[in-house]
Write a new protein. Structure first.
Length: 133
């Protein structure tokens, strides 16, 4: 029996090096249809990757706003990426979104990652992260 392919959306915008360091996650989705949204400068890193079905520049990301993904992963904690994650339809979201000008984790795993990140860097922890635990 053939595995049902999931439609996956990955948002990783900032930093070519950060985009490159995120690509190992593609092994997890090697049997799925992956759409990756990134900055124009990072397109060349992703365009010929056989694990990615579609690479979209963030400037063209609204072209996919009517798609419904099975899963969305937003690995960036910035307003643009989080706002975009809120606009894209997905049955399950992981990572971060934006609500009332504040970032919030979509799930417990992301909340935990945010807590660890804040503690290790000495940043102030937003109350939304604590409340989502």
């Amino acid at each position: 029996m053939e595995k049902i392919r999931k439609r996956i959306c990955i948002i990783k915008l900032d930093g070519i090096g950060d985009v490159l360091r995120t690509t190992p996650i593609l092994w997890r989705f090697q049997d799925d249809d992956v759409t990756w949204i990134t900055e124009a400068a990072s397109l060349c890193l992703l365009e010929n990757n056989h694990f990615i079905k579609t690479v979209v520049s963030v400037t063209r990301s609204l072209d996919i706003k009517d798609f419904v993904f099975d899963e969305l992963y937003n690995f960036d904690e910035d307003k643009r990426a989080c706002s975009l994650a809120m606009q894209i339809k997905a049955k399950k979201k992981k990572g971060y979104g934006l609500k009332d000008a504040s970032y919030f984790p979509f799930d417990a795993d992301s909340a935990y990652a945010r807590i660890v990140s804040c503690v290790s860097s000495g940043k102030e922890l937003q109350s939304e992260v604590i409340e989502s635990r």
